[in-house]
Design a protein around this ligand. Structure first.
Ligand code: ZN
Length: 113
């Protein structure tokens, strides 16, 4: 399952941060997930507890912050994209091939014990 491997890589990054901080446990973490990143937040939320078993993140609370997609329209500049319409300006329908944000998959905050 895709989200399980995403959970594992997030846990790996968190463990590296934890080591830099001198060890301990993670009690909560926040991740930023772009709406265009192909990761389903609910599925990640569901996959996380099992993936965190036996790691310093076991039992940690996972918060997911969804990041909307923003594209660059030649006429309107940065515009918030609608997933249903695809990579097109919602105002003038021009293609917005460049995603300015919305494909994030990153660790935002860690709460350490
Ligand atoms: Zn436009």
């Amino acid at each position: 399952m895709h989200e399980a491997s995403v959970a594992l890589s997030l846990i790996q990054v968190a463990c590296e941060v934890l080591e830099e901080q001198g060890g301990g446990r993670v009690t909560a973490l926040t991740v930023r997930i772009g709406q265009w990143s192909a990761v389903v937040p609910q599925a990640l939320q569901a996959a996380f507890p099992a993936s965190a078993q036996g790691t310093p993140l076991q039992g940690a609370r996972l918060s997911i912050q969804a990041v909307p997609g923003v594209g660059e329209c030649p006429a309107h500049g940065p515009v918030e994209l609608d997933l249903m319409r695809g990579l097109r300006c919602p105002v003038c329908n021009a293609p917005t091939p460049k995603l300015l944000q919305g494909d994030e998959l990153e660790l935002d905050e860690l709460e350490l014990a």
